[in-house]
Design a protein around this ligand. Structure first.
Ligand SMILES: Nc1ncnc2c1ncn2[C@@H]1O[C@H](COP(=O)(O)OP(=O)(O)OP(=O)(O)O)[C@@H](O)[C@H]1O
Length: 650
């Protein structure tokens, strides 16, 4: 698939053209078989019949793109229809009836959204349940009967024509164009794709996923309100039987149109082609004189075919993505080698510049989970322009310490100072506001979005189209991404290439670049080289160094001591929840570091040759006499106390 400078959501352009071809074949076949098929009036009838599907398809498209679904739209259709009809009859006022219909849709959609997001129940199950409830309520409200007796102006709404074109068709066309515009050109549209691609990544990038999804369900309900009001007005009655198998038509059209059921992909043009196909097929089947059940069977079969095509496209996409990942000869060479020589990671760093002021100072941080003390004494500091490597065996407490610093957990004891002031981090957003950015091990990127969009997600640049409409500014996003990447010495040929099609090292580079916001003070890199080969590792380490040179403090967590010696200014070792070493990289040897991590010094194993001094009898207790005296005076200035500890095992 060619990737243009314009953002192209990962909908399948080829499948859309296939669908258009299918439409042409169907029209040709039915046109040749039935005399009246090719008439303007039949064309308008088809459009009128699919206008309801087209309006509902907008909401379904938004939900599916963001990884959600609503099976209850048929039930909503019936319930809104009878409520609208009763208001129309009782009030005799079209405006009251329309308002009642739209509000009912909004409420039903919001109920679905709240159940899905805040009760953490699968959208399929929730909306299957509400489908039955709404349908049942429609019978309850109407006592199983159709509701007639509307004011003339209400009926006019459904039957009015402008230049022979029915009003519902015009409403559907306008809403569809607005829906497509929102999906492709606005910040919210990008966020829908992001949530469908990786909801957790979107959340970590500051997108309020739950709130957005609730709004999408509410909008879906509102659109069903429009559908039900127009149809009820056109038919001149509200009935609980309406909307039967409506969800089948809508989902078939949307999935047939290339919106992936797994979320994160789709295009309005494809959905339009899907809606047209369903309309032509339904009309053709009526012309063929097939009974209603044959129509249901045909549409069900088309839905299954669409899902199969969706799976096939997904398979082709992932194969293409694998093929497109840039080969790395060096990594292939090193793949079979269990350990690369230390020199392989040599970055040729000359550490001349003294680090800047302390950006982070942790004092006596402690956190327990039930009876497990995950962290007992997290005390260390990071200065601007410094790379501090945090090491420790599995379960040493590294992740817990980092989660405290990045606001994921709150400490049971101890303090976190940022730029000299004690910070109360109530959540990751607080940490981010304080200038702390974390690059998580799973990178938290959206594989379906391009490099530039991943970099700006949560803070997308925007501009005013025609001086009024707020739209996403993709050119500014590309420019910002390019500048940010260049500041770290990263060159990527295409800013719109989806992240899923980059190599592991390139993905890691983009994730680090995303963290390097203009006001960042501290970047935490959680095992950034864990899954990388030699060349990619070296590149990522270079980028980490460059981030420090640009003025940020960097904490890098690693299990691989070769990378640590290549990149670190200072090393902090955690063991059993406490810091047991904190010192410049040139004050410790590989052997001693390994022993400290493994706790071998506690069992009398020889310490590294550099320090010579016997290790303390218990790694849980400080080995250094100063430190052994217990926690330092809490009133002592952060810098003094932390510097005192430098270069000493505790
Ligand atoms: N949410 C939790 N609930 C219960 N125990 C936890 C939780 N998080 C961490 N722990 C425990 O706290 C200890 C420290 O875990 P932590 O994940 O911080 O270690 P780590 O050094 O990051 O290990 P690894 O390198 O394996 O990721 C472990 O014993 C772990 O089982």
């Amino acid at each position: 698939m060619s990737i243009t400078s314009r953002y192209l959501p990962p909908g399948e352009s080829s499948r859309r053209s296939g669908l258009v071809l299918l439409c042409v074949v169907l029209v040709g076949y039915f046109g040749l078989s039935y005399d009246n098929f090719f008439t303007v009036s039949n064309g308008l009838t088809i459009l009128l019949n699919v206008s309801a599907i087209a309006i509902a398809a907008i909401g379904a498209m938004f939900l599916l793109v963001s990884g959600n679904v609503d099976l209850s739209i048929g039930g909503q259709y019936a319930l809104i229809s009878v409520i609208t009809a009763q208001f129309a009859r009782e009030s005799g006022n079209a405006a009251v009836a329309v308002t009642a219909g739209l509000l009912t849709g909004l409420v039903l959609g919001t109920v679905n959204g709240i159940l899905v997001k805040y009760m953490k129940i699968s959208p399929l199950i929730v909306t299957l349940g509400t489908m039955a409830i709404f349908k049942g309520m429609a019978y309850l409200v109407s006592e199983g009967r159709s509701v007639f007796g509307f004011p003339a102006e209400f009926i006019f709404l459904g039957r009015a024509r402008i230049n022979e074109v029915p009003l519902p068709v015009i409403v559907a066309a306008v809403l569809f164009v607005i829906g497509g515009f929102v999906l492709l050109r606005t910040r919210i549209g990008l966020r829908m794709f992001a949530i469908g691609g990786n909801a957790n990544a979107a959340r970590l990038n500051g997108v309020d996923v739950d709130w957005l999804v609730v709004r999408l369900y509410a909008l879906n309900g509102l659109l069903m309100g429009v559908v039900a009001v127009l149809t009820t007005a056109r038919l001149g009655s509200g009935t609980p039987q309406i909307g039967t198998a409506f969800e089948l038509d809508v989902l078939t059209a949307v999935i047939l149109g290339g919106v992936g059921f797994a979320g994160g992909s789709g295009h309005p043009v494809g959905v339009f082609a899907g809606v047209a196909t369903i309309g032509i097929l339904s009309s053709g089947l009526i012309f063929a004189g097939l009974e209603d059940w044959w129509q249901q069977i045909s549409k069900g079969a088309v839905l299954l075919l669409a899902l199969a095509a969706d799976q096939f496209a997904e398979y082709r996409r992932s194969r293409a993505a694998r093929r497109e990942v840039p080969p790395d000869a060096d990594d292939q060479r090193s793949a079979g080698a269990p350990t690369a020589p230390v020199d392989e990671y040599d970055l040729g760093i000359v550490r001349t510049r003294p680090p800047g002021e302390v950006v982070l100072a942790c004092r006596g941080l402690a956190r327990r989970f039930g009876s497990v003390f995950a962290l007992r004494d997290g005390t260390f500091s990071v200065r601007a322009g410094e790379v501090v490597c945090l090491l420790g065996d599995n379960g040493a407490g590294k992740s817990t310490l980092i989660k405290l610093v990045s606001g994921v957990y709150r400490p049971d004891a101890g303090t976190i100072e940022i730029n000299g002031s004690v910070a109360q981090l109530a959540g990751p957003a607080d940490a981010r506001r304080a200038g702390i950015e974390t690059v998580h091990q799973d990178l938290a990127v959206c594989p379906n979005l391009g490099v530039a969009h991943n970099l700006v997600l949560g803070d997308e640049p925007s501009r005013r189209l025609l001086g009024i409409l707020p739209v996403r500014d993709d050119a500014a996003a590309v420019e910002r991404a390019r500048t940010r990447l260049a500041s770290l010495g990263i060159t990527l040929p295409d800013m719109n290439r989806s992240i899923g099609r980059l190599s592991g090292g390139q993905r890691q580079s983009v994730a680090i670049a995303r963290a390097m916001k203009d006001d960042v003070r501290l970047v935490i890199l959680d095992e950034p080289t864990a899954a990388l080969g030699v060349t990619q590792t070296r590149n990522v380490l270079r980028i980490a160094r460059r981030a420090a040179e640009n003025g940020a403090g960097v904490i890098l967590i690693s299990h691989d001591i070769r990378t640590v010696f290549a990149v670190a200014d200072r090393i902090v070792v955690l063991r059993l929840g406490a810091v047991v070493f904190d010192g410049p990289v040139d004050t410790i040897t590989h052997t001693r570091l390994l022993h400290l991590m493994a706790g071998l010094e506690a069992t009398g194993a020889p310490a590294g040759p550099d320090l010579g001094a016997p290790a303390g009898p218990d790694l849980g207790a400080p080995a250094d006499p100063d430190a052994a005296a217990g926690p330092a005076d809490p009133d002592a200035p952060a810098g003094d106390r932390l510097d005192l500890m430098e270069g000493k095992s505790r």
